[in-house]
Design a protein around this ligand. Structure first.
Ligand SMILES: [Zn+2]
Length: 543
């Protein structure tokens, strides 16, 4: 099993200087390597097999390119040796002693491939580069090599659709990765190669049986951190449950008013950390923009601003880890909607007056508030964290199509926007009513069941608790009825139904909406009774 611990480092002044110097150097090497990869990648889209774009010469055929002598004559844009990198020497030295023959799956040993891969090319470039730039020898050689591997893995992830196109990194965000077995930890002292020993806050004890693997130093706005990857082969990994083993399924509807609504009626609040600190952010941001560009005071003010952002980020992450755990524990399978948050945050189309040619209000001002709330909720990272927490328990997380989950009736599958009355769901056809978010979650759970094709899964849904809401309604309903709503006459129920249907069009004031909620709760009960056992069963755990 593998896990990672993160600690706060306490480097001394000299070590901080050294670390900052390393950031510049490692950052340069990483960005140079990335620049070369990007340039060669874009050249693959050029039509024709040119080795040199300006002269349009096909050098490969004429020169059989690429010993070091010709490398300086023409740039190897489309050389057949390696199309993913151009820095460095492209051929391997054919030294049989250095060859590491790896047998493949069938046990056959592959013939020697004389071409170097992109990382090997860049690695050979780095050794040459360090000869011409001796100041780079102060940086640990493995750290530099590791940074090249990061670029390679970034491109590999891009090619396999796991990540977006790699970006250049500012030196302040560059971290260093040390190879396994090179870093040692003793009490609250950590020893890195080349950097030396420094103190750290030993906030959680590393069990002695765990082996220290890769160690990464990173920088945040307040200080330096170290992430230690730990591995223990004797501790088995938690395997994800097989589909036959799963018994329960739940829907998790993410939103803004409530961060998560589960299909069993559980609501997880959305604390809106960003909007809570909005005023402070505004003040700090204004202080930055009033300072002269490039001045020391501006730098200091920017640091203070960044600390506010950091706090918000940490609050949100902490909350999401906990919310994710609560969600993941609830059922064997959790179903999320595959929401496209970026699409939801897109800008409104501009409106133009045809006669005057002037631009009219298009509602973007109002939408920007919503966009901020969507960004603040950070649904994607919430989903990722839930997945992580579920994986720890062996539970599964799947995603389904979000289309019409909020408008569909789970009883009769009637889809209409009229089914929704703000936060309440009342089906126009069968009269099924529920909280709109819970209803969406139930729909998701059913879709998840369909997607997996297992009918035997139990949907974790609300239990029937007719007494509780009835007590709230005690003031408006006679006592006997509130204890046993089944006794109320059919006429009374019909009257109440009419009352509810007329309420949505009433005024929007808060007091009235509260009253409405209570009334709707009551009808929920009366509807239960009017649809007898069927509705009742559907409210409990159904298969
Ligand atoms: Zn219905």
């Amino acid at each position: 099993m593998q896990t990672a611990y993160k600690f706060k480092l306490q480097p001394n002044k000299k070590q901080v200087e050294l670390l900052e110097d390393w950031q510049h150097k490692v950052g340069y090497v990483q960005n140079r390597s990335l620049g070369d990869r990007i340039a060669t990648y874009s050249n693959t889209f050029v039509q024709g097999d040119y080795c040199d774009l300006h002269s349009r010469r096909e050098v490969c055929s004429a020169y059989l390119y690429c010993d070091l002598e010709t490398q300086f004559l023409v740039s190897p844009l489309h050389c057949s040796v390696n199309k993913s990198a151009s820095l460095g020497y492209p051929w391997k030295t054919d030294n049989p002693k250095l060859r590491r023959a790896k047998p493949d799956k069938d046990g056959k040993i592959k013939p020697f491939n004389p071409k170097r891969s992109a990382v090997e090319l860049h690695s050979s470039w780095l050794t040459e580069f360090k000869k011409s730039h001796p100041e780079y020898s102060t940086v640990n050689a493995d750290v530099l090599q590791q940074s090249l591997r990061h670029v390679d893995s970034a491109f590999n992830k891009f090619f396999t659709n796991e990540a977006g196109f790699p970006n250049f990194k500012h030196h302040s965000r560059v971290g260093f990765e040390f190879k396994p077995g090179t870093v040692k930890i003793n009490k609250n002292y950590i020893t890195f190669p080349t950097l030396g020993t420094m103190r750290f806050f030993n906030s959680r004890e590393i069990p002695s049986s765990w082996e220290i693997r890769t160690v990464t130093i990173s920088r945040d706005i307040d200080c330096w951190y170290v992430a230690v990857l730990l591995r223990d082969e004797t501790v088995p990994d938690v395997l994800p449950k097989r589909l036959e083993e799963c018994k329960t399924i739940q829907g998790a509807d993410v939103g803004i008013k409530k961060l998560i609504a589960l299909s069993d009626g559980t609501m997880i609040d959305n604390p809106r950390f960003q909007s809570r600190s909005a005023r402070r952010l505004e003040i700090r941001q204004r202080r930055v923009s009033r300072k002269n560009i490039g001045s020391n005071n501006r730098r200091k003010a920017a640091k203070r601003l960044a600390k506010v952002h950091q706090k918000i980020r940490r609050q949100r992450e902490d909350y999401q880890w906990k919310a994710g755990k609560q969600t993941a524990q609830n059922a064997d399978i959790t179903v999320f909607e595959a929401l496209n948050a970026r699409g939801m945050m897109s800008r409104c189309k501009p409106k133009k007056d045809e006669t005057t040619g002037l631009y009219l209000k298009n509602g973007q001002a109002a939408k920007s508030g919503l966009n901020k709330a969507i960004a603040d909720a950070a649904w994607y990272s919430l989903r990722q964290k839930t997945k992580h927490q579920a994986a720890k328990l062996g539970n599964l997380v799947i995603e389904v199509d979000p289309k019409y989950t909020s408008q569909e009736c789970p009883e009769c599958h009637h889809i209409s926007s009229g089914n929704r009355d703000k936060e309440k769901f009342i089906c126009e056809v069968c009269g099924h009513s529920d909280d709109a978010d819970t209803n969406g979650a139930v729909n998701q759970a059913h879709r998840g069941k369909q997607k997996l094709g297992i009918d035997s899964l139990l949907v974790v849904s609300q239990k029937v608790t007719p007494t509780k809401p009835a007590r709230q309604e005690a003031s408006s309903v006679p006592r006997d009825e509130s204890r046993n709503p089944a006794k109320s006459t059919v006429k009374q129920r019909q009257l109440l139904l009419l009352k509810v249907k007329s309420t949505p069009s009433q005024s929007k004031s808060r007091t009235k909406s509260k009253r409405k909620v209570l009334e709707v709760q009551y009808t929920q009960l009366s509807l239960f009774d009017s649809f007898d056992g069927d509705a009742r069963e559907s409210k409990t755990k159904t298969s």
